[in-house]
Design a protein around this ligand. Structure first.
Ligand SMILES: [Zn+2]
Ligand SMILES: [Zn+2]
Length: 165
């Protein structure tokens, strides 16, 4: 997402854009197959641009327990402070991005991607109490009743079992 900033006057500016998922083109793209709605508010004051960014989309995850694909609405809010030109001031802020003096467009793609990566849950669960898959018969225990009496643990029997079916 590129925003024109070269001739931006001081004050508040709002931008809204719907990004095609394929335009992200990053390594976790498969998790974000739906359009992304991005709202940006830029507050420019001299060489500083304060930005508030909101990204809304629906993520597609695969449950770690039952392997079902499920979707989850996502809303991410983040802020960045840009400074145009050489930074002569000493600041204590961490999140200051210094841009070259003649920057024509502010490209937010990199930061949007970073937030989308950070938003990926450590554990993907279709629901908190997902029962997972039976190690013995492979039944999805959320939908089916386990069909094996005693769960087999030896994977060598798996082939035999599929033959029997
Ligand atoms: Zn699950
Ligand atoms: Zn079973």
């Amino acid at each position: 997402m590129k925003l024109p900033i070269l001739h931006l006057v001081d004050g508040i500016h709002q931008f809204e854009q719907v990004l095609k998922p394929e335009s992200l083109n990053f390594y976790r793209q498969a998790l974000y197959p739906h359009p992304l709605r991005v709202e940006v508010e830029l507050n420019k004051f001299e060489r500083n641009i304060q930005s508030s960014i909101r990204v809304e989309t629906t993520a597609r995850y695969e449950c770690d327990r039952c392997l079902a694909v499920y979707e989850k609405p996502l809303m991410l809010d983040f802020h960045l402070l840009f400074r145009i030109g050489k930074d002569t001031l000493q600041t204590e802020e961490d999140e200051v991005v210094v841009l070259p003096a003649e920057t024509v467009e502010l490209d937010l793609g990199e930061w949007i991607q970073e937030q989308l990566v950070l938003a990926i849950p450590m554990k993907m669960l279709c629901s908190e109490d997902c029962k997972g898959i039976c190690a013995g018969c492979g039944a999805n225990l959320n939908e089916d009743v386990c069909s094996c009496a005693a769960p087999a643990t030896d994977p060598r029997w798996d082939k035999l079992k599929t033959l029997r079916k």
